[in-house]
Design a protein around this ligand. Structure first.
Ligand code: FAD
Ligand code: DHB
Length: 403
């Protein structure tokens, strides 16, 4: 079997790449180890930068996003019993973010690929990539009927997340990894209850960080900092609500946290990880396959989308014999990745409590939080990083669209 681009992984990076390539008349095959239902239900990110929204819109993928996404013009930072608003619109010249769940983006992308007749194979196993330095790299997998397949490609895109097989296929001696594990994790819940806030609340508290996000006007998404070795079984719903209640408490304000049935819960470890370069011969890595950020800056999904917005035109040129954009792919992406890596580390260390830390840590964090909420320069820095980087993904890359 033969295709132009073999894509490993049907997460946001792999699916969006397949669609952006199709807009350029390039054929691809996507292989995914999980089922379609699993990919569509996996609870993850929820905040889109302006540039990501524009990219989806210009790629014809924003029908539901435009109807159901919630535009937010700021966030709240809470600490020392005070809640402060950071006004993105006022600070950045009208830039905003949009709350629209990753699950919905994945559903929209899968529906569009299937409607367009694309090859997206779920439930595959034993994915392998080979011959990566030749101009005919090979993607092998066993399909859901148990049949072994070999796909000869012009290029392979490794979009298979942090635990995939693509990154380890690059010889270790050619890779530089920068990594930091944090001594905490996030316990996340999805709750069938209207959010108790109009915009996200990032809370610093002596018991640890908490985040109040949402998925819609009737569904809330909330997170608590916990130890990385905590078992979810030790967190019955009542304990979670009680801890959320204390971390968001604003004595004397009359504000209350709405509680409701918990629809989903899980614990996510936190790390920063960057593997460079993002290319080896005819293998190109995109998204979590190449880099991970701790979730505090809401950057992971946006970085995955930004990578493939760079990769699609680079592969189009490569397939026509011009390697210049492909040669620049890794360094183009890594400059954005490192900015987001720094911002995510900064937000994370400003807001979380390090187990065993002395009073110095909290005093420094509170000083930084007070500065960010009182200095226009400091607030602008947070706002411009949170809403995304000025280079507008779609325009910058000259995305060519058929309609
Ligand atoms: P993924 O979404 O991981 O997709 C990779 C796909 O490849 C998966 O479908 C996987 O099943 C498939 N795959 C893996 N191995 C193989 C293989 N061998 N063969 C074929 N397919 C394979 N970001 C935020 O901004 N906010 C959050 O709250 C947040 N929460 C997160 C919670 C969790 C548990 C995780 C893991 C990530 C979270 N992120 C969050 C990060 C964000 O969701 C990711 O950055 C985003 O999913 C990256 O998209 P991707 O397509 O690169 O990778
Ligand atoms: C969400 C996740 C984040 O990591 C974040 O910083 C903001 C929102 C969310 O899942 O809604």
């Amino acid at each position: 079997m033969r295709t132009q681009v073999g894509i490993v992984g049907a997460g946001p990076a792999g699916l969006l790449l397949s669609h952006l390539l199709a807009l350029r008349g390039i054929e691809s095959v996507v292989v995914e180890i999980r089922s379609r239902a699993y990919c569509e239900a996996r609870q993850r990110a929820g905040v889109l930068e302006d540039g990501s929204v524009r990219l989806l819109r210009e790629a014809g993928l924003a029908g539901r996003l435009d109807r159901q996404g919630l535009e937010h013009g700021g966030i709240y930072l809470q600490f020392a019993g005070e809640r402060h608003h950071i006004d993105f619109r006022a600070l950045t010249g009208s830039r905003t973010v949009t709350v629209y769940a990753q699950t919905e983006i994945v559903k929209d992308l899968i529906a569009q690929r299937i409607a367009d007749g694309a090859a997206v194979h779920f439930d595959v196993s034993d994915t392998e990539v080979a011959d990566l330095t030749s101009d005919r790299p090979v993607l092998r997998y066993t399909d859901s009927d148990g049949k072994r397949n070999e796909l000869t490609c012009d290029v392979i895109a490794g979009c298979d997340g942090f635990h995939g097989i693509s990154r380890p296929a690059i010889p270790a001696g050619l890779v530089t990894v920068r990594e930091r594990e944090y001594p905490y994790a996030w316990l996340g819940i999805l709750a069938d209850v209207p959010p108790s806030t109009d915009e996200l609340i990032y809370a610093h508290h002596r018991n640890g960080f908490a985040l109040h996000s949402l998925r819609s006007l009737s569904v809330s998404r909330l997170y608590l900092q916990v130890d990385p070795d905590e078992a979810i079984e030790d967190w019955p719903d009542e304990r979670i609500w009680e801890e959320l209640g204390s971390r968001f408490d604003l004595p004397g304000s009359g504000w209350e946290l709405n509680q409701g049935p918990v629809l989903d819960k899980g614990i996510t470890p936190m790390r920063s990880f960057v593997s460079a370069p993002m290319r080896y011969g005819r293998l190109f890595l995109a998204g979590d396959a190449a880099h991970i950020v701790p979730p505090t800056g809401a950057k992971g999904l946006n970085l995955a989308m930004a990578d493939v917005a760079v990769l699609a035109p680079a592969l189009e040129a490569l397939l026509k014999g011009d390697e210049r954009l492909a040669d620049a792919y890794s360094s183009t992406c890594l400059s954005r990745v490192w900015r987001a890596t720094h911002f995510s580390w900064w937000m994370t260390t400003m807001l979380h409590r390090t187990p065993g830390a002395d009073d110095m840590e909290a005093a420094l964090q509170l000083s930084q939080l007070r500065y960010v909420t009182s200095s226009r320069a400091a607030a602008t820095s947070l706002a411009e990083n949170y809403t995304g980087y000025p280079a507008d993904v779609a325009d910058e890359l000259g995305l060519k669209l058929p309609r």
